[in-house]
Design a protein around this ligand. Structure first.
Ligand code: AP5
Ligand code: MG
Length: 216
């Protein structure tokens, strides 16, 4: 069974949604660079100043800054049994960095799950996304609405839209993905690690497809 996993795919395709489920199901850590960076922003930490302007514009945080951040973040996890990485590596340079970092911890990636859905579906998923600013739970007003209007089912906090989910920023994120992150599809395919997953359908249906691949 493959347990050392990277999630790859367009913004809004469902990496966080599937990653959290996989982590719970397989009892391995879910590690998201986007969540960790947003957490720094929310806490107004000193390093957050370095990357806020990039995130708010839908641009990637430069490799040198983010690689140091990723190494610090990963240092806090036990990676032995496996992991689910979401949001990194995101450039070919970061992929080389992550390979080297994992080798120094005597581990390596064994599956890159490339989630695929058409642009129209992506736009709908992102425009409908609402998140809980307190506990981080993710909803969708079209596909997975909270029980009570705009309030978190878990902690009751009023849901918000992510700052970078505004239409003009989303366009940039998609463009940046296509230019800088999509080359990783070929990169991991050449290493024999890439598995393409049809990400259209219910969250359960996509999860079943992923599990079939990981068990195969
Ligand atoms: P990041 O947080 O990584 O964002 P992203 O890649 O743009 O991806 P999203 O979180 O938007 O989408 P997702 O695929 O997780 O979808 P989700 O599961 O939420 O990065 C944000 C920013 O941080 C970047 O722009 C950059 O500035 C910076 N950054 C982060 N990492 C970096 C790095 N390594 N290097 C440089 N910069 C970095 O689902 C979306 C919605 O769809 C939800 O509402 C969900 O409920 C719904 N949904 C999910 N699955 C389904 C389904 N099957 N059917 C219907 N709805 C569904
Ligand atoms: Mg996400």
């Amino acid at each position: 069974m493959r347990t050392h996993i990277v999630l790859l795919g367009l913004p809004g395709v469902g990496k966080g949604t599937q990653g959290q489920r996989l982590s719970a199901r397989m009892n391995i850590p879910f590690i998201s660079s986007g969540d960790a960076l947003r957490n720094e922003l929310a806490r107004h930490t000193e390093i957050a100043e370095e990357f806020e302007k990039y995130m708010n514009a839908g641009l990637l945080v430069p490799d040198d800054i983010v690689e140091e951040f990723i190494a610090d973040m990963l240092a806090g996890y036990n990676l032995k049994k496996g992991f689910v990485f979401d949001g990194f590596p995101r450039t070919v340079h970061q992929a080389g960095f992550v390979n080297g970092y994992l080798a120094s911890r005597n581990t390596a990636i064994d599956a890159v799950l490339y989630l695929v859905a058409p642009d129209e579906e992506i736009i709908k998923r992102i425009s409908g996304r609402r998140v809980c600013p307190k506990c981080g739970a993710v909803y969708n007003i079209y596909f997975n609405p909270p029980k009570e209007d705009e309030k978190c089912d878990i902690c009751g906090t009023k849901l918000v839209q992510r700052d970078d989910d505004k239409e003009e920023v989303v366009k940039n994120r998609i463009k940046v993905y296509k230019e800088s992150t999509h080359p990783l599809v070929d990169y991991y395919n050449n290493l024999g690690l890439l598995y393409e997953i049809n990400a259209v359908g219910t969250v359960d249906a996509v999860q079943n497809r992923i599990e079939a691949i990981l068990n195969g």
